[in-house]
Ligand binder design. Structure first.
Ligand code: UDP
Length: 422
């Protein structure tokens, strides 16, 4: 029997449809990390909030992974900014499940600050150590979103407490680590950098013209792709403004925008109006939300993938693009400046700077040889550094360090005073 680990991901379930306001990278992360750890023999229960009445209490995700739907607040989709009030109910329902099933977890992996709050209460009740991946930090969101940040004030104090109480903190990139140190006074030796990954069975290089034929896209246009959640901080408006600054005399060009659902109609409306205002609506195609299996064709069909958020804790979409052999122009922030290598796998530009973006698009689209080199470099970089298998190897090392450590404490407490064999 493998080690039993509990994942908590209060708002982000691996079963959710992606691309709306609140379902994105964290959902992918939790599902993929669990899947890879299951291959290594861990038994994983993923605790996530029941956001639909008809969801069963337990869903078997694979033979080693269960998804446990926790009753906490209304069984419907509600914005993550309003969920903190339901976390005490989350903890008690989770504790009840653990007791009823007589489960004993060796470790809890909390995802996001509200899950960290639950993990701290579970630790107090059952003495199970926890690690945390914050996915995003309240301080950083406040800096960039100011009054538009609707998370409760307590978020930052909860994150500070979690930094103190966690056995280890997973930072997703060097910027995330620096933010944890500078804004949360996290001790450097308590942080391990483990990036996000990409599923290379899902995203891989494909022939561009085949992908275009499948998607019924023109073979002789330049295609720029933007894919992700349609929320203002992703800076999709910046890409539209950059497009309006490009000279088209000798280049036929389209910008495809994939993502967005009923939750994000306001943002989509804003983006459409902007494209109209700037007279580029004929060149911007709002593709909408697409099935995950189709995304690789969009990445492969594009000459360039563009993502210019204001800030980015990690950013999985640039990895997916690179895995499909598509060079990336990204903001020089957060995880993107870690995953995209300037001049090698794409280019980095300052966020909110449409002139800089337009200049980069222009120069790269006019250098097909460089684009081909970047494409090959991108695929190599992904396979070397950013697969979920590699992420899980690092995660396993972290888990085993903590489980080993807590067993030593247990051994000492039980009078043996020596490390138990693992
Ligand atoms: N995604 C998707 N469909 C969409 C939009 C996004 O499947 O319509 C996926 C995307 O492929 C990626 C994830 O959602 O795997 C977004 O992760 P990222 O880290 O880039 O951004 P986040 O959503 O976490 O801010």
């Amino acid at each position: 029997m493998g080690r039993r680990i509990a994942f908590i991901s209060e708002h982000a379930s691996p079963l959710a449809a992606l691309g709306g306001t609140d379902a994105g990278g964290q959902n992918v992360y939790v599902g993929e990390v669990a899947r890879q750890l299951a291959h290594k023999g861990y038994q994983i229960d993923i605790f996530t909030r029941r956001d639909e009445k008809k969801l069963p209490k337990v869903v078997i995700f694979s033979d080693m992974i269960r998804i446990v739907h926790v009753d906490a607040g209304p069984a419907e989709d509600i914005p993550k900014e309003t969920l903190l009030q339901y976390m005490p109910a989350f903890t008690s329902d989770m504790l009840q499940f653990i007791q009823e099933e007589q489960l004993s977890y060796e470790l809890v992996h909390a995802n996001f600050f509200m899950s960290a709050l639950v993990a701290m209460d579970i630790k107090a009740a059952l003495d199970i150590p926890f690690v945390v991946t914050f996915h995003a930090l309240g301080h950083i969101r406040r800096i960039h979103q100011g009054n538009n940040d609707a998370f409760p004030e307590e978020r930052i104090a909860i994150e500070e407490r979690a930094v103190r109480e966690a056995s280890l903190i997973i930072a997703e990139c060097p910027q995330d680590r620096d933010d944890l140190i500078n804004y949360y006074h996290a001790p450097v030796d308590k942080i391990t950098i483990i990036p996000c990954g990409v599923n290379t069975e899902e995203f891989y290089p494909l022939n561009k013209s085949v992908a275009r034929s499948l998607l019924k896209l023109s073979q002789d246009e330049r295609i720029l792709l933007q894919l992700g959640r349609m929320v203002p901080r992703k800076g999709v408006d910046n890409v539209i403004v950059a497009l309006s600054k490009l000279k088209f005399r000798d280049l036929r060009m389209k910008l495809l925008i994939v993502g967005g659902d009923a939750d994000t109609v306001n943002e989509l409306h804003r983006l459409r109006s902007l494209a109209e205002e700037l007279n580029v609506s004929e060149r911007v195609v709002f593709v909408g939300q697409k099935e995950r299996e189709e995304l690789k064709y969009y990445y492969a069909a594009a000459d360039l993938f563009i993502t210019t958020p204001w800030y980015e804790p990690f950013g999985i979409t640039p990895l997916e693009a690179m895995a499909c052999g598509t060079p990336v122009i990204g903001s020089n922030v957060g995880g993107i400046k870690f995953s995209v290598l300037e001049g090698k796998t794409g280019a980095l530009v300052p966020p909110k700077d449409a002139d800089a973006l337009a200049a980069k698009i222009n120069s790269l689209l006019r250098s097909p040889v460089r684009l081909r080199e970047m494409s090959a470099n991108a695929v190599r970089r992904i396979n070397k550094l950013f697969t979920w298998e590699l992420v899980a190897q690092d995660m396993q090392a972290v888990y085993e360090k903590i489980i080993g450590r807590s067993r030593v404490v247990y051994a000492k407490n039980s009078g043996k005073g020596e490390r138990l064999s693992l």
